[in-house]
Design a protein around this ligand. Structure first.
Ligand code: PGA
Length: 531
């Protein structure tokens, strides 16, 4: 299979039109196999213009279209009769008698299909067949199945095709459930084939087509047995540039990874406040579209705080309450989108490019405690929200947690818990280094606390001992449950590095390595981009 990678859709459309025009110029009575769908529209527009400009003559050309919905009337504006007339036939000097489409109104589909194959044969076979490719790998309406039909036939459409094509109809329920289509053999009998693929949405299937073997579950792979197939695609369909978005309470980070998993672009924006879920999603999709305008993005992955259940995101610190974030972003960007918990994304990022371990547990220590579990190189999500390790019980009937439970791990081992203890201790000992820092600033934070510890404050040391006791107790339980190869600490506090990991290593009763995040701020975008 030859591959031509075009800069964009316009170049793809022009290139495809020129190939068709050359075919017709070399053999004026060519038999063309034509396709419908949004991809070839630009090619047809170019051909219409070339015909108008006298650059290509269709008067002796014969055409056979790949497929037609069934049942559907020719005049229905969703029929492929209507489509072809609108985009090509009414605009070029083709002889209407030489136009062939399967009839969507036939009473006997089997006879119609057999007669169609015969007619193609009698016309001398197809010289050049144009194909699009479905996201599910279909060509024509040859849907993924264990057995593909060789000849032209009546077929049921898969749910994914019905969904994909529903964009042309008012409702999904209006999409016909069946179609007549040339079969795989009918297509492969063509002398030359050009396969068109455009846009990020086609990247996955293009990659599967180019890298995978021949199989009926991606019917387009059957084209690999043909000796003259040219795939013409644009950069968005061909290159695997992945956009990762890491949503935080104060900023949203965006990063693009190339095929080698290197970050080739990064930016961040303040997290917008006081807006609705839809406005929030629009803010993100606008930023993504902006980036996609600068480079060919094939997939979008988003890490968000909160719980994700059945594709719906709920996050107390964001305007998301049972919000279909992935679906909304995918609809507005047209880039295949996956959404996952932010700590899980950070864990995936660390697993792939940071600590590089396939069995890893990541704890984000901050206002609360988040967690991400990577098992055998894959995210472990349970039914959707596994990894909420801030909320396992570390003390029965202990401190109340906003989640409604008592004694949650994060009430003892988060940075907020550390600072609360440090402030209470500083108030009780105002003359200590810690007490003075509280007095000077009016509050304590991670920085001032660790400064006090560094300066040898015995009370800061006491607080630190208590804190690491709890953190180590939690880590011991987590180690027993998950038995990871490595435990990674992330979040602002992990920047203190050795002081923390050394203390924990002494208190954890196993020799499991406890490391701070290597990727730090980039872990989330790398993980999100790699979803
Ligand atoms: P599309 O359809 O060009 O509208 O993406 C291609 C196909 O389903 O074959």
């Amino acid at each position: 299979m030859r591959v031509i990678v075009c800069e964009d859709y316009n170049e793809l459309s022009l290139k495809a039109a020129k190939i068709l025009a050359s075919q017709v110029t070399i053999k004026p009575d060519s038999v063309l196999g034509l396709a419908t769908g949004s991809t070839p529209e630009g090619m047809y527009a170019n051909l219409a213009q070339m015909n108008k400009d006298g650059e290509v003559d269709f008067s002796d050309v014969t055409t056979f279209n790949l497929d037609e919905y069934y049942p559907i009337a020719d005049e229905n504006d969703q029929s492929y009769h209507y489509f072809m007339n609108k985009h090509l036939f009414s605009k070029v000097n083709i002889n209407p008698e030489n136009i062939n489409l399967l009839s969507g109104t036939t009473q006997s589909p089997d006879e119609e299909c057999a007669a169609y194959d015969k007619k193609i044969k009698n016309a001398g076979g197809i010289d050049l067949q144009v194909l699009g490719i479905g996201k599910n790998g279909h060509i024509g309406f040859n849907e993924p199945e264990a057995n593909l039909n060789a000849k032209t036939h009546l077929t049921a459409l898969t749910q994914s095709t019905i969904k994909a094509n529903s964009r042309f109809f008012e409702n999904e329920s209006d999409v016909p459930t069946h179609a007549l289509t040339m079969g795989i053999r009918s297509i492969l009998l063509s002398r030359k084939i050009i396969l068109l693929a455009s846009g990020a949405g086609k990247h996955k299937v293009v990659k599967e087509l180019l890298e995978g073997g021949i199989n009926t579950h991606i019917p387009a792979t059957m084209l690999k047995v043909h000796r003259d197939v040219t795939l013409i695609c644009d950069k968005a369909a061909y290159y695997g540039m992945k956009l990762g978005v890491d949503i935080g309470g104060t900023e949203i980070k965006f990063g693009v990874l190339n095929d080698e998993n290197e970050i080739i672009y990064k930016e961040s924006k303040p997290t917008p406040k006081s807006i609705t879920g839809n406005e929030f999603a629009k803010f993100i999709s606008d930023a993504c579209l902006d980036i996609a305008g600068k480079m060919p993005i094939s997939t979008l992955g988003v890490g968000t705080p909160g719980i994700i259940s059945n594709g719906l995101v709920s996050s107390v610190n964001l305007p998301l309450d049972n919000f279909p974030l992935a679906q909304t972003l995918e609809e507005s960007t047209h880039i295949p989108t996956t959404v996952c918990n932010d700590a899980t994304c950070a864990a995936l990022g660390e697993s792939l490019l940071g600590c590089k371990s396939k069995n890893l547990l990541l704890l984000t220590l901050g206002t609360g405690i988040g967690g991400g579990i990577i098992a055998d190189g894959k995210i472990y999500e349970g039914c959707g929200s596994a990894g909420e390790i801030g909320h396992f019980c570390i003390e029965y009937d202990g401190r109340p947690c906003p989640c409604g439970l008592k004694g949650c791990f994060e009430q003892y081992a988060s940075v907020s818990a550390l600072i609360a203890d440090a402030e209470a201790t500083a108030k009780a000992h105002p003359e200590s280094i810690l007490g003075k820092k509280l007095e000077q600033n009016g509050f304590l934070n991670g920085l001032t606390f660790f400064d006090a510890l560094d300066e040898g404050c015995p009370f800061a040391k006491e607080v630190f001992e208590r804190y690491t006791d709890y953190l180590a107790a939690g880590i011991n339980s987590l180690k027993n449950i998950f038995d990871p190869e490595i435990i990674v600490l992330s979040g602002g506090i992990s920047a203190v590095g050795d002081v923390l990991t050394h203390a924990l290593s002494q208190k954890v009763n196993s020799d499991i390595p406890i490391k701070t995040s290597i990727l730090q701020n980039d872990a989330g975008i790398i993980g999100a981009a790699s979803l």
